[in-house]
Write a new protein. Structure first.
Length: 394
């Protein structure tokens, strides 16, 4: 039931005229989309204080403490895994929207955009948006538009711009009349986003509750033509950093949400009916899963690094060890990328590649005589296993 302190959406009639030529659809479809449709009117939340059961608040505080501990653990790890956690979070966020890419395909795309598959290109856009997010000191209109611009770099007509058209979720592509959810008319988006930014700037809401509600309100406003879900989940990480909960890495919250996407969508629906508790509970559960999945990935990567210590024959300080650390950020490499990223000559880069190949750390997989590429199969396997653990529940 909706509560007085967190109001439900209201609705307004809007006239509809389809841009699709009527001769391209059946008569039944045309008749189903005649007349006004109902678009959401989003309540202002900037000054609202959610009232939640004390048990839920206690669980949210405990989950926030768990995230903070994981972040502190990451600061002391000898394994440079932060970039892989960020990439894994980006891939999980994309997978919620059925955009999937294996770890090697994503690493190849990061090395060479021209070799990218379409899905890897989309996930890589999410990686760029997440990198942009973690650099931000706060959430404002320009930063949200900037994140979206990074995300949809390949779609410049929409990237970094509030939508100028009505969008809807589910139903028919012909019109919004039978949609599962119709967000606010685009005329209302700028004011709704300004209100949301004001709410996101507050410090008097428990941090994980705050992140859940900011995310749910963003998804309800749905300010973009495309990329709302991925941008909204990136904003969560900005808020967690702004509130000081995490400082060192990206905790894979989307991997936690991915476990039960039906429950996640149902919680967003309940939020729109004035019930904030379900989306807070989703985030509490996601935080626990995020830490569990994150710790398992970190342990797997630490095991990989320890194994390398026993098989790589190179002096300390040699380029081979710098390359070994680089692989935790970019597990697919070539001579030129190694030379550039390590600041060494291509000759020394080739020597480092040869040393790690001889030790079994790297495997050449391109089969070329020129423009050869190497992969770190143990890292890629650990990332793919993380993806399987975090995958959708059957």
């Amino acid at each position: 039931m909706a509560t007085d302190d967190w109001p439900a959406l209201t609705w307004e009639p809007r006239p509809w005229r389809s841009a699709i030529p009527p001769e391209l659809v059946s008569r039944a479809v045309r008749e189903a989309h005649v007349g006004d449709y109902r678009a959401a009117v989003v309540p202002r939340v900037a000054d609202l204080q959610p009232r939640l059961p004390l048990g839920v608040l206690a669980e949210a505080e405990a989950a926030a403490a768990l995230l903070a501990r994981f972040d502190a653990e990451s600061a002391g790890s000898p394994v440079p895994f932060s970039a892989l956690l960020l990439r894994s979070e980006s891939a999980s966020s994309s997978q919620i929207e059925n955009i999937t890419s294996g770890a090697r395909a994503l690493a190849v795309a990061a090395l060479d955009a021209e070799s990218a598959t379409r899905n890897a290109e989309l996930v890589l856009g999410n990686v760029r948006a997440m990198e942009s997010a973690v650099r931000l000191g706060g959430i404002d209109l320009d930063s949200v538009l900037g994140m979206h611009r990074e995300l949809l770099e390949s779609a410049p007509d929409h990237a970094g711009r509030w939508r100028q058209e009505q969008v809807w979720v589910g139903g028919s592509g012909y019109g919004p009349h039978q949609a599962e959810f119709v967000p606010p008319h685009h005329e209302r988006v700028p004011a709704a986003m300004a209100d949301l930014i004001a709410f996101a700037a507050r410090d008097d809401v428990p941090v994980l509750v705050h992140a859940a509600l900011v995310h749910a309100q963003f998804e309800t406003v749905h300010p973009f033509v495309d990329g709302n879900g991925r941008t909204g989940r990136a904003i969560v990480h900005v808020l967690l950093r702004r509130r000081g909960l995490v400082e060192n890495t990206v905790v894979p919250v989307s991997a936690g949400l991915l476990h039960d996407t039906d429950g996640y969508v149902a919680a967003l629906t309940a939020y729109r009916a004035g019930e904030p508790e379900p989306i807070v509970r989703r985030f509490v559960d996601a935080a626990g899963r995020a830490v569990r999945h994150g710790r398992e990935l970190v342990a797997d990567l630490a095991d990989v690094r320890r194994r390398w210590e026993g098989v790589v024959q190179a002096r300390r300080g040699a380029s081979a060890w710098a390359l070994a650390d680089l692989l935790f950020r970019q597990p697919v490499v070539d001579v030129n990328s190694v030379a550039r990223d390590l600041g060494v000559s291509t000759v020394n880069a080739a020597r480092a590649l040869a040393t790690l190949t001889e030790a079994g750390v790297l495997v050449e997989f391109s089969g070329r005589r020129r423009s050869r590429r190497w992969q770190a199969p143990e890292i890629i396997s650990a990332l793919d296993e993380f993806g399987r653990r975090a995958g959708r529940r059957n």
